[in-house]
Ligand binder design. Sequence first.
Ligand code: ZN
Length: 328
Amino acid sequence: MPVRGTLRTPNLRRVQGSTVGRSYAAEGWAPLSTSVFQHTVAAPAIFAGVGVHTGQHVRVSIRPAPAGAGVTFVRTDIHDRDNRVPALGEAVTQTRLGTVISNGAGVSVATIEHLMAAMAALGVDNAVVELDGPEVPIMDGSAEPFVQMLDRAGLREQDAPRRFIEILETVEVTEPGKRASLSPAEQFEMMFEIVFDSPVIGRQIVDLPVDETSFREELSNCRTFGFAHEVEALRQAGLARGGSLENCVVIDGDSVINPEGLRRPDEFVRHKALDAVGDLYLLGAPLLGRFEGVCAGHGLNNAIVRALLARPEAWRYRVLAEDLARTG
Ligand SMILES: [Zn+2]
């Protein structure tokens, strides 16, 4: 596969302008997400749908933002206080049913992880995500609709180098039976393992480099999942109001009750990896390092983000554009 205009790993040192704005699929080029320059959307990406937990219909517009701004969610339905919530690990306030971020004024945005995963994988460094409700629409339960929306909007290269977070020392967080870690690697890699006492899931493992190509092909269309008995309990608690077989794989006993079945035999662990890609993007920069998650969820994903940021000796910002300039 040609690597023109892109940088698969820090060891491939040739970058000749941007491929952004061109069709990945049409030209068959290598990933854009490892470009050494920052990107924002070229035009607003607009979509709407229901929140899986609130059931509210929400309209979203992903708009361009200046270089260095990062990703910020803006609740356009709130006018009487600060309605901006930065997509950063320190803003995470709930992780039980998805990742929720909040600001100091108590304004929150729920279920950001699948959209964040799509933006991480496609290399959207800077964007303002306007939404007129409390939760990002669940769409089909995967990240694929967001990828399509961003493809339609296109990306624009910005005149500023991208800053990666390079892992220098292994950082690990654990809970009984669960583990998440970040360790040094030349590129963003991910291993995820889940073990469920369910014949439909059992033990599943994925281990892959995470770049735009692998995300599109291996993870992006894998849907969130739940168990029928849990869905019932959530409904009784007033949650999962927007949940349905249209946006969630539901397991009942030894079978999947969605009539279309699974998109992949191991869709479950691939979705967990997708979640982790989104949760890790709350570091505020793309990763150069290996993530390992064993039975981890949004809580542990956020714990590893916070643990890394709390240990300045374990990571550094790395500007690959400067490395390239040095090596000619
Ligand atoms: Zn998810």
